[in-house]
Design a protein around this ligand. Sequence first.
Ligand SMILES: *Cc1c(COP(=O)(O)O)cnc(C)c1O
Length: 463
Amino acid sequence: MRYLSTRGGIKPISFTETVFEGLSPDGGLIVPERIPTLSQEERKKWQNLTYYELAFEIVKLFVDDIPEEDLKILLQRSYATFRHPEITPVVKVGDIYILELFHGPTYAFKDIALQFLGNLFEYLLKKSGKKINILGATSGDTGAAAIYGVKGKENIAIFILHPYQRVSPIQALMMTTVLEENVFNLAIEGTFDDCQRIVKNLFMDLPLKKKYRLTAINSINFARILAQIVYYIYSYFRVCEREGVEEVRFSVPTGNFGNIFAGYLAKKILGYGIERLVLATNENDILTRFVNYGDYSRREVVPTISPAMDIQVASNFERYLYYFYGEDPEKTSETMQRFLKEGKITFSKEEIKRVQRDFLSRSVTQKETYETIREVYEKWGYLLDPHTAVGVKAGLTFKKELPMICLATAHPAKFLEVVSKALGKDFEIPEEIKALFSKPQKFEILPAEEKAVRRYLEERAII
Ligand SMILES: *Cc1c(COP(=O)(O)O)cnc(C)c1O
């Protein structure tokens, strides 16, 4: 399988190259040259596979430059860190199914992609004899999952900036209690925007970027999407088996369109089976306006109690657009340029209809999110984190005859304050999370200045 840019400006590249590429040099996103679809025989076979076996079959379709035996080992290694034998179990809760994606080391779904990416990096660097320095800014989940993905790995150092005392205590502790030598936590005396600005400026310094092989770990990496396709197909088969049906709907709490884009690819690979994907947003509703009214227009970001979804411009949206336009790089490129200039794209009635063949959508307010956490707990005895609650509320809205599988993207204990407030009382949190509060920490407090971060990086980066 070879990989192309959504804007058509690069020669086809290999999977290995996409792993380190991030954004395509022409400004587009990297996509596979075609989406494989399942034959009847394969479908029969896939039905009964374990998570590992299925992951191997799916990854193999997209990766032809890593020997199969090595791929198997990489997958084993990536999911051995999970606390549940099924990796992503699906449980029945009242009228719906919950797909639990939070059994990884940092209790959020990003572990599924970043455990795999960390192992891929290590494996490919060992083969090439190269080293990388990962640099990123985080407001919470991504930083911790990235750190756990690469901690202790050879030929990799990771530098993660977070705004000092402005991320939730548990999220901060998940990062700062990692003591491995290749992990550097930088607590910046400023906001998340300051952190992002500093990281962006350092990446724009091309000699610096080249010298230290600075690498991003953001959600546009195709290897991350690939790892996320697996749980859609795995849970699809589990629920079909249980319900004796062949069609389901998924509800996905969405920010950067990464998770739901993996669902869209799963839908294409299966051919039939995923009837619609429910795209759930919080008050930052650009994607809901897109699905319902064809209005993809940028607005101010509103901070909410589901912060991982406080996003206006969804970085993976361009990938969907590329398929929406029938894999036409010119049309994609032209549309994205227009969006950059005008801050909006407007779709015709006919186009909206076409979008709605794949997606349903609604936005969920913070008040509804609190209510959903309380109601689901009172009615069905199951605790939701605020992101999952957004997806469940939207899922219940669009639940018809078909089974509805709602993706649980984080463990409720990660959002202790919000969940306690919704319930009006405290709740039991896992011992492992409690233990974080008494562990030693390692982090450096730095002013919100590019100069200070650059100096810190240059003194510690590996070359
Ligand atoms: C990142 C994240 C999301 C949003 O996922 P996208 O792939 O950006 O759409 C939702 N919930 C949680 C808990 C997250 O960490």
